[in-house]
Structures are given as C-alpha cells and as structure tokens.
Design a protein around this ligand. Structure first.
Ligand code: BGC
Length: 462
C-alpha cells in the first residue's frame, strides 16, 4: 500500500471515529426519551404521586430540552462544539444519578429538567458538529448514524425497562444511563474541535491542522479551508444577519418549518403513547402492549438503516417525499380500520402493520434527514442562530404534540385523530416538493453560496 492510500484510510477511520463518538449523544437522547414510560408506573407508586405530577415528571425533560436548545447556540459558539458536547455529557451523568437517588417528586422533576438541558445540548450540537467535520460524500450517512444511535437508545431503554419491570427497580432504570454518559464524556475528550468553528473564531491554523487529519490530502484540506474562509467574509452574524439579510431569513424559516413538519408527522404520539394505541387496536393486556412497544422501537431502529444506506446516493428530497407518503398511507389506513371497527384478529393485526408502516416511513427519512437538512442549509455566520431556532422549535412542537394527543382522542375521536395526522403528512409532501433542496454530494459552502445569491430554496443544493 502506498503512502497516499494509507493516509486516505487513516483519514477515513478517524472521521468515522469522530462521527461515531459524537453520535453517542444520540444514544443518550434516545435512552432518555425511552426510559420514562417503563419507569413511570413504579416510581409513581413508590413516591405516591398523582397523575398530574406524573405529567410533570414526563414533560420536565421536554421543557429542559427546549431551554437547552435555546442556550446551546450561544454555548457552542463561545466554547465550541466539542466543549458543548462535553458539558452535555456531564449533565447527563449528574441528571441520571440525581433522578435515580431522588427522594421525592420535586427533586425528580428538577433532575429531569437537568437531563432535558443535556438532551437539548446534545440534539443541537451533535448533528451540527458531525455536519462540520464530515466530508460531503458521506455527511448524510454520518448524521443518519446519529439518528440510528438515537433509535437504538430508545430500544435499549424499552428493553431495559421491560427487564427491570419484574423487580420494579425504577431507580436502577434511571441511574444506569449514567454509564453510557460517562463513555460519551471520555470519548469526547479525544475529539478535535470543529474546523469550521475554529475558523469562525479566527484560528485558521488550528482549523487547517484538524482538516489535514480528517481529509485524505493536504490539498483537499487547503481547498476546504479556502471555501470556509470565503464564507466567513460575510460581515454580520447571528441576529444582525437575520435582521438584515432576506436570504438568511429564508434558510432559518426553512429549518423551523422542517422541524414543525417532523414533529407534526405524529411520530411522538406513537413514541409516547404506543401502549395506548395498542389498546385502541384491541390488544388489552399489559404484556401485549409492552412487547408491542418494543417491536415499535425495533422497527424504528432497523428502518433507520434505510437512511444510513441511501441518503447520500438516492438523495434527501426523494427520500423525504417517500417518507411522508408512507406515513400518510400508514396513518390513513390505521384511521380507516379504527373507523370501521376492529372486530377480527385479521383487522387487529392489519392495523398494527399500518402502525409499523408509519414508523418505517418516519425512520427512513423524516427522522434523520430533517436533522441533516437543518444543519446543512444555514450559512456559517448564521449557523448557530439558525439551528438554535430550528432545534428549539423541534422541542416546543414535540411538547405540543405530546400534550394534545389524549385531548384530541377525547374531543375529536380516535379515527379522526389519526386521519388528521395522515392529512398533515399529505400537506408535507406538497411542501417537500415545493421547498426542500437536494443537498447530497455538495459542500456546505456551495449550499451557502447559492442561498446567499438568492436562488430558490429548492435549488440551493444544485
Ligand atoms: C425526533 C424525535 C423522535 C425520534 C424517534 C427524532 O428524530 O426528533 O422527536 O422521538 O426521532 O426516533
């Protein structure tokens, strides 16, 4: 093997190592989303808390995540992406142990807010960091790997809940998350700073050093640095850029809209209320509902592989289009079965297949590709600002969807609620065709140039 190919191989392994460690934040994000459903009945009993207090325990994390996402932009600009992920990891460790040892509900709610902050930092910083270190050829796969870790976290949490449910040890369920958080902390210590952040803070020499480790030749690193330098010519940044520049306002609007779309697909209705949906579909026993939920998690995880494998080849836009289409069919058919009445075993299973189809639809693109697009479309000088707004929107929309589902079922009816989500997915197909750009195989700087020249959003990746 000659020197050049050794270097290429080294750069590739190093890049995947860096991306893999950063993607571990996704695992923690998933563990924290998944763990509470199984722990809740036991801790509610142990701490004798009311339904209302249980809602607090659940939503405290979303609240913390929205605040976390809002402050992460500032932090990731001032301290850098690497230190922000480190801070997130420390908060994950403290939050997990604190919740495991909480003596009462007030303490538990505070611990969950802290964990939420960690999730908010992670969901902001990790995709952004990965987008900034990844070469354009596999940027999509690397960010989809982050989503893959997230969905793995959800499954592991469901399984660990199911295993620990025999002893009812909710403190262990919540506390055990400190271990992967510790692994994340140690792993992140070995990561380089983002070259784009280094350049944005004037450290071009350091940026070049990092790029030379991540890219297969010095000339490639140099060329990328030149492009970054060019995108830093924009005088204003953040809020000032937002106020003065229509083009930047368009990309911010797109990021916010994409996250609204992701949440209003109805995915988290299934994540948070899967047992309830199984009950509506006629599966009455708790163990059927529990294992059904595990199957939902596994489907979600496996279908994310579709995104990892295809996003840099087939492209973002056709995948997103198909994703919304599949979800519309899944939700529409589920609503139809419920409307007709689930009277036979065949219809019962058919409705679960439709539910799983919906999950496949989400996991193959709306889950990973929206995080990916949100970190791709913002110009460097406005990246922190733009992603702050889109990530915060994700969490606020997440809260709204989670908090309205039961009320919708009551006031609107079961079938109508699923049809409503089906119809929203149809609307998202139209928005995808109209606004979503194709960004595969182009550099972030190329996207930025097109955006700032005023090209239509759907053309900024051309
Ligand atoms: C979404 C989460 C969702 C998860 C499910 C993520 O991309 O942002 O809200 O719970 O996917 O896999």
């Amino acid at each position: 093997m000659n020197e050049q190919s050794i270097r290429q191989r080294k750069a590739k392994y190093f890049t995947w190592f860096v991306g893999g460690i950063a993607a571990l934040s996704g695992l923690l994000f998933g563990l924290d989303i998944g763990v509470i459903a199984g722990a809740l009945p036991f801790l509610a009993h142990d701490l004798s808390i009311s339904n209302h207090q249980q809602e607090w325990v659940v939503s405290a994390m979303m609240f913390g995540a929205a605040i976390g996402a809002l402050t992460a932009g500032w932090m990731s600009y001032r301290l850098g992406r690497k230190k922000s992920i480190l801070t997130g990891a420390v908060l994950f460790v403290i939050g997990s142990l604190w919740s495991a040892f909480s003596p009462d509900v007030t303490s538990l709610v505070c611990a969950r807010v802290l964990l939420g902050l960690a999730v908010g930092f992670a969901s902001y910083t990790a995709p952004l960091y990965i987008a900034e270190i990844a070469p354009e050829r596999y940027r999509g796969s690397m960010i989809s790997m982050y989503q893959m870790m997230l969905t793995t976290g959800i499954v592991v949490a469901f399984l660990s809940d199911a295993a620990l449910s025999y002893s009812g040890n909710w403190r262990l369920m919540l506390g055990v998350i400190a271990l992967p958080a510790l692994v994340l902390f140690i792993g992140v210590l070995f990561l380089p700073n983002s070259p784009r952040w280094l350049a944005a803070t004037g450290r071009y020499h350091d940026a070049q050093k990092v790029l030379e480790r991540l890219r297969s030749s010095d000339s490639q690193a140099q060329q990328e640095l030149n492009e970054i330098r060019e995108s830093l010519q924009v005088k204003q940044s953040g809020w000032a850029l937002f106020r003065s520049n229509t083009n930047f306002r368009r990309s911010v609007g797109l990021g916010v809209l994409l996250q609204v779309m992701q949440q209003f697909t109805g995915m988290n209705v299934v994540m948070y209320y899967a047992p309830k949906i199984f009950a509506i579909a006629g599966f009455a026993s708790t163990s059927q509902q529990m294992w059904g939920t595990v199957i939902v998690g596994i489907t979600n995880m496996l279908a994310t592989l579709i995104a990892v494998g295809l996003v840099d080849r087939w492209g973002r836009k056709p995948m997103l289009f198909t994703s919304f289409l599949v979800m519309a069919v899944g939700m529409g058919a589920l609503g139809l079965f419920i409307h007709m009445g689930i009277h036979s075993l065949a219809v019962q299973y058919a409705s679960i297949i439709m539910l799983l189809l919906f999950i496949v639809g989400f996991a193959m693109a709306a889950g990973p590709v929206i995080w990916l697009l949100c970190s791709e479309v913002q110009p460097l000088k406005g990246r922190d600002f733009g992603i702050t707004l889109s990530t915060t929107t994700n969490w606020v929309a997440n809260m709204i969807v989670g908090a309205t589902f039961l009320t919708l079922l009551d006031s609107f009816g079961n079938a109508n609620t699923f049809w409503l989500y089906g119809a929203l997915n149809v609307l998202f197909i139209v928005i995808t065709v109209w606004l979503v750009p194709e960004t595969k195989n182009v550099s972030l700087e190329h996207i930025e140039r097109n955006l700032m020249q005023g090209k239509a959003l759907r053309h900024i990746g051309k």
